[in-house]
Ligand binder design. Structure first.
Ligand SMILES: [Fe+2]
Length: 612
């Protein structure tokens, strides 16, 4: 028993310490003290789920009906969804041979209260729930608990339900490759390289289709840096495949489907998707970019409701899907799904955004909730990643970084040149990242790529978020002090950040001074950089300070995202849209010619000689 207690204690400590350090409520599953569970099986309590087999027509998202009952119902009773269905001892990591592991050492993938949509539950002791499941490589079971989330008592466990093919290739996500004419397709499956060959079959719409091989990655519990990712939050991520579709014709529409050639000779296919290839760098054509941070995920069935995630995250997702034909590329600049060490949530997120990511390149940046963990080389020593220390984000989504663990990269999209920084690693002068940022900014030929955009998760520029204002910095400390000379020298037009969950826009600014008083239509040189916070993707909103700064031009305490439209080399439209209605609430235009970019202002031109 002593070993058992020690083991339980280690899990408890792991969970408690991560819970303490995380801002409250950012992962609903962290509310459940699953390690405290007591077995209280009651013969008169029951729970059953139907149908038994899901996805008979190839669907990867299905609704199940869960019926349950107990003779002593309370308002604290809840239903946990577990996957794999056998969530008992076999999944517990044995610390040594003499450990008797606790029965429940794995968190559910979602939960809902028994009285949800059952007003009479505490009277009748009976309830019915409709829950949405996604195909994530394993079967599912449902468990009825009493005693609330903190002292769970397990009353009954349901039959298992499963997708017809749990290993099916799912949730493709496109991302720009290292070259402008390369698109990468990343997806998840249950097929290892020992049982099937992964590939993408693709070609121009209506033309011949060819096959490109895919590489396969995965990670295991030992790749996680701490709890809960290493303990109750661990779930096998399956296999993550990436294929590189090369030598694309600019703007051409391609169709593709992902497949696995099993070594028994059969094939397993996804559905067919399509995308438009990226424009040639400098190409003059209509180009539309959407940027936001901190979206998180939410459940369409209302489960895991906590901290007001549902309206924001799902609304943003729905608005993007609704307007997808008018969007060419998307940047989700950090704090991707707030799995925070509950790994099942990465599948849920990739399922939520699949209608978007399968159609347009979805480029991510790294945030604190992907990367930060003490003693692991993150710039911040907090526990915001829940022990993930960047591994799931770096593996689940492709980025054209030289080293995917160092999450900085550049990418071109026609007349745009993007430099994406990684605020969870040091960016100060003299660092590897600083050199990258300077090199990235310097490599934009502004005659070809007039629209130079800097992206990062934490606010390295300017923010009126209350926690930055309280620090007196109005930014991430050491942010603009380190980088503003570069933004000015290389004439960065717009810098966009997340992390602060709201929207705001500054004047064109350099060293705290507005360089241009115009608010809606900039003509000629900007003389500074416009800084934008677009952190209202979906996670709970952040307050502004009451201090009105000189540089703030617009604030909105709501969920939303921004859209940049380049009409040509001289005309750019910036729009901020609310996620609730998709309408524009703030906007400005930039109209200028090449000579306006070349024009010198404070610190923006190299020294010159008077000799001629
Ligand atoms: Fe963040």
């Amino acid at each position: 028993m002593r070993f058992y207690e020690l083991f339980l204690l280690s899990i408890l400590l792991g969970v408690a310490s991560s819970g303490e350090a995380m801002p409250k409520g950012e992962q609903p599953l962290s509310k459940i003290a699953i390690h405290n569970t007591i077995l209280a099986f009651d013969k008169s309590a029951y729970i059953k789920a139907s149908p038994f087999v899901l996805g008979l027509k190839g669907e990867n998202t299905e609704w199940v009906t869960v019926e349950y009952g107990t003779p002593s119902p309370t308002n604290d009773d809840w239903i946990g969804v577990f996957s794999p269905a056998n969530f008992s001892a076999s999944l517990c990591p044995a610390e040594n041979d003499r450990v008797s592991p606790p029965l429940l050492c794995t968190a559910p993938i979602k939960y809902q209260f028994a009285n949800y949509s059952n007003g009479e539950y505490t009277g009748t002791g009976k309830g019915v729930l409709k829950l949405q499941l996604i195909n994530q490589r394993s079967d599912f079971s449902f468990a009825l608990f009493t005693g609330g989330l903190y002292s769970p008592k397990l009353l009954a466990v349901s039959n298992a339900v499963a997708f017809a093919n749990p290993k099916a290739p799912v949730y493709p996500r496109l991302a720009q490759g290292k070259a402008w004419n390369e698109m990468t397709v990343t997806w998840t499956s249950g097929y290892s390289i020992n049982e099937a060959e992964p590939f993408v079959e693709w070609g121009k719409q209506g033309g011949d289709q060819m096959r490109s091989p895919a590489g396969t990655l995965t990670f295991n519990r030992n790749s996680m840096c701490g709890a809960p990712a290493r303990t109750v939050g661990w779930r096998d991520p399956g296999f993550i495949h990436t294929s590189f579709l090369k030598d694309l014709w600019p703007n051409s529409v391609y169709t593709y489907k992902v497949g696995h050639h099993l070594f028994n000779g059969t094939y397993v296919w996804s559905q067919t998707y399509s995308f438009r290839a990226s424009p040639y760098p400098g190409q003059d054509s209509l180009q539309r970019v959407v940027i936001f941070g901190d979206m998180g995920k939410a459940e369409a069935d209302g489960s895991n409701e906590y901290n007001n995630y549902q309206p924001g995250s799902l609304n943003t997702t729905h608005q993007l899907i609704r307007d997808l034909k008018n969007i060419d590329i998307i940047f989700h600049i950090g704090d991707i799904c707030y799995a925070n060490g509950y790994l099942s949530q990465w599948d849920q997120f990739t399922a939520q955004v699949e209608p978007i990511t399968s159609k347009v390149p979805y480029m991510i940046a790294s945030g604190n909730h992907e990367r930060d963990w003490p003693g692991t080389g993150s710039f911040y020593g907090n526990m915001d990643s829940g022990g993930e220390c960047g591994v799931p984000a770096e593996t689940m989504f492709y980025t054209p970084a030289e080293n995917r663990a160092k999450f900085w990269y550049s990418t071109d999209y026609g007349m745009f040149h993007f430099c994406i920084a990684d605020t969870e690693h040091d960016w100060r002068e003299g660092t590897e990242q600083y050199k990258f940022i300077e090199n990235c900014l310097a490599s934009a030929d502004r005659q070809k790529q007039p629209w130079l955009i800097f992206l990062a998760h934490r606010v390295l520029g300017y923010s009126s978020g209350s926690f930055y204002a309280e620090e007196g910095s109005f930014e991430e400390p050491m942010g603009r002090e380190s980088l503003q000379k570069l933004w000015q020298k290389y004439k960065v037009d717009i810098a966009v950040y997340g992390h602060v969950h709201n929207y705001e826009r500054t004047c064109p600014i350099y060293e705290n001074i507005c360089t241009n008083k115009e608010k809606s239509h900039y003509q000629g040189p900007l003389n500074g950089t416009i800084h934008v916070v677009a952190g209202g993707g979906g996670a709970s909103l952040a307050d502004f300070t009451t201090i009105q700064t000189k540089w703030n031009y617009y604030k909105d305490h709501d969920f939303g995202f921004i859209k940049l439209t380049a009409f040509d080399h001289s005309n750019l439209l910036f729009e901020y849209k609310k996620s609730s209605d998709g309408k524009v609430y703030d906007s400005f235009r930039i109209s200028r010619d090449y000579r306006d970019i070349l024009a010198c202002s404070v610190d923006s031109c190299p020294s010159m000689t008077l000799a001629s």
